[in-house]
Design a protein around this ligand. Structure first.
Ligand code: NAD
Length: 556
């Protein structure tokens, strides 16, 4: 453990094949917890904050230390329980059971508000786990970039003839997830203006090659963007400023983008959205001194922001909500037509979920990028028929800088996940890869989340708010032998608006791992297919039929 310049601890996952623990599964949990807090990966590692507002990897430093010590001692037939980032028990289970079970930020529904959460957080009783922060499978902005790329690609197909060339996308928020937007737009050959209040966030995206340049005036941003648009060039511009001030100002100047969206952390008005007219320092001070007043100002600015997005939509821009619950906050602030623009899942992503596809990912525990490149080659060989996938891998190799442990994101669906899991395990067993591989996914996936303003918005049968599905997902993945399983509340959209589950499974090259991988990588995407069969999606029914998934009530 090193010290940073400001005296705080610098966490980095161990690399190589020397174990700090009693087995590779425990080692994977330890390394992925530490990787979440690597300064290359996390947004504010000194506060244990990984991404998404205050999404944390452990409750506090004492809990972090105790989790590390417990993982180091954990036997291969024991399971560690983690309650909102604090290790609370170790039980003897069995070798095929998960080594860690986590529950983060869960509140009884009638108490599930930010006010209650913050009260309990101040008492040190709870932690916000977001999605992959508290479940130790965040891999930096790369984790979202393919999803963001797919979203903009589908938007381009639906509205712009298949490419974003010659279009300008306006967005805000260059944090852990939002930082993927400029790269995803330029990968689709478009121009992106991304407004961000914190210059260090823009700088980080420039350093990691997600964003091309930073400007601090609207005029310069509009001039550069318009020139690139007319020249048909891809360009991404980080514009320093506040979205609630700059969007209305753009409208006043007659500037209407082709696409408008947003990824500030509007889901958490206290920690994720800076009100108009306030400096970062003033915001930091007021969050401490007068939280209710800060929240009131943030919500009022969010309303201004959404009104401007609606205005741009009425003037011809394609507008969509990018999963931060900004419409709901605005609706409560009196913007009656806040839901006039759709969420990104019903607009662009749902057909993928019907086939069990979603943000699948893997990380090389060795720390050696060559392990990831060898897996890229295996993918290109084994899935050569899948043109978009092959295009994605080539683009990712060319454009994406690794953050922390080398990792890859790749949207694979039912059937392909289990197939690739076996390939990975075989490559670990044969020594082709230098160490085991950890395989996981975002909670934003086909069958692991109930979130009526996001992943389950506008379900065909109206089942948006039914949260049995993520619970079944966690239970079946536990029964199948995932390496760690988590159940969270409030990820993406904030308290009261979502329940979701995560899973990670380790390929250590053993026959036991092969069996676990086969089971988990079938049940997990299988839940996505059956959830959408149940809601009445024809594509999901076709997928279930094609793969012989047993759905007792399916009518064919
Ligand atoms: P983050 O907290 O790391 O970043 C948010 C950024 O917004 C920060 O850099 C902050 O400085 C900036 N910001 C705050 N107020 C602003 C304002 N008024 N004007 C301009 N910039 C402002 O969060 P993140 O991990 O990037 O996630 C962003 C949002 O997207 C969250 O609500 C998250 O839940 C959601 N999300 C979406 C997806 C998706 O696929 N669409 C996935 C995960 C998360």
């Amino acid at each position: 453990m090193k010290q940073s310049a400001n005296g705080s601890r610098v966490i980095k996952a161990p690399r190589g094949t020397t174990l700090q623990t009693k087995g590779w599964v425990q080692e994977a949990a330890l390394r992925m917890l530490m990787n979440n807090l690597d300064p290359e990966v996390a947004e504010h590692p000194d506060e244990l904050i990984v991404y998404g507002g205050i999404g944390k990897a452990a409750r506090n430093w004492e809990s972090f230390n105790r989790i590390v010590e417990t993982l180091q001692q954990l036997e291969e037939n024991e399971t560690l329980l983690v309650q909102s980032g604090k290790p609370v028990a170790v039980f003897r289970t069995h070798s095929d059971a998960p080594r860690v079970l986590l529950a983060n930020s869960n509140l009884v529904p009638a108490w599930a508000t930010w006010e209650k959460f913050h009260e309990l957080d101040r008492k040190g009783l709870i932690m916000y786990g977001q999605m992959t922060a508290g479940s130790w499978i965040y891999i930096g902005s790369q984790g979202i970039v393919q999803g963001t790329y797919e979203t903009f690609a589908e938007c381009a197909r639906q509205h712009f003839g298949g490419s974003l060339r010659g279009t300008i996308t306006l967005t805000a928020g260059l944090g852990g997830m939002g930082g993927a937007q400029p790269l995803a737009v330029t990968m689709n050959d478009g121009v992106c203006i991304a407004i961000e209040v914190d210059p260090t966030r823009i700088q980080k995206r420039i350093e990691t090659k997600y964003c091309d340049l930073m400007v601090d005036t609207i005029d310069e941003a509009i001039r550069l963007a318009s020139d690139a648009k007319h020249a048909g060039k891809a360009l991404s511009i980080g514009l320093l400023g506040n979205a609630a001030e700059l969007l209305p100002e753009m409208i006043r100047r007659g500037f209407i983008p082709d696409i408008v969206t947003d990824q500030t952390s509007a889901h958490d008005p206290l920690n994720g959205y800076l009100p108009a007219g306030m400096s970062l320092e003033e915001g930091k001070a007021m969050r401490q001194s007068d939280p209710p007043q800060f929240v009131a100002l943030a919500k009022a600015s969010i309303a201004v922001h959404v009104r401007a997005m609606l205005n741009m939509q009425q003037s011809g821009a394609i507008a969509f909500d990018y999963g931060n619950n900004i419409r709901e906050v605005a609706l409560h602030e009196g913007v009656a037509n806040a839901f006039d623009f759709p969420g990104f899942v019903p607009a662009y992503i749902r057909p993928q979920f019907c086939e069990g596809r979603g943000p699948f990912r893997w990380a090389a525990l060795s720390g050696d990028p060559h392990d990831i490149y060898k897996l890229d080659e295996a993918l290109l060989r084994e899935f050569a028929h899948n043109e978009p996938l092959c295009k994605w891998i080539s683009l990712a190799q060319e454009r994406i800088a690794f953050q922390g442990l080398p990792a890859r994101i790749c949207w694979l669906g039912y059937g392909d996940r289990a197939k690739f899991g076996k390939i990975i395990n075989d490559m670990v067993a044969s020594g082709e890869l230098s160490a085991p591989i950890v395989i996981g996914r975002d909670h934003l996936d086909a069958g692991s989340v109930a979130s009526p303003n996001r992943e389950t918005e506008a379900m065909k049968d109206g089942s948006d708010a039914i949260a049995d599905w993520p619970i079944l997902n966690a239970l079946v993945n536990t029964a199948s032998g995932a390496s760690w399983v988590s159940v969270h509340h409030g990820g993406g959209v904030g308290m009261g608006y979502s329940l979701h589950a995560g899973m990670v499974v380790v390929a250590d090259g053993t026959p036991e791992a092969a069996a676990r991988l086969e089971r988990v990588l079938t049940t997990d995407p299988g839940m996505g297919v059956v959830r959408h069969v149940d809601a009445g999606y024809e594509l999901a029914a076709e997928t279930a039929e094609k793969h012989g998934i047993h759905v007792p009530m399916m009518k064919r």
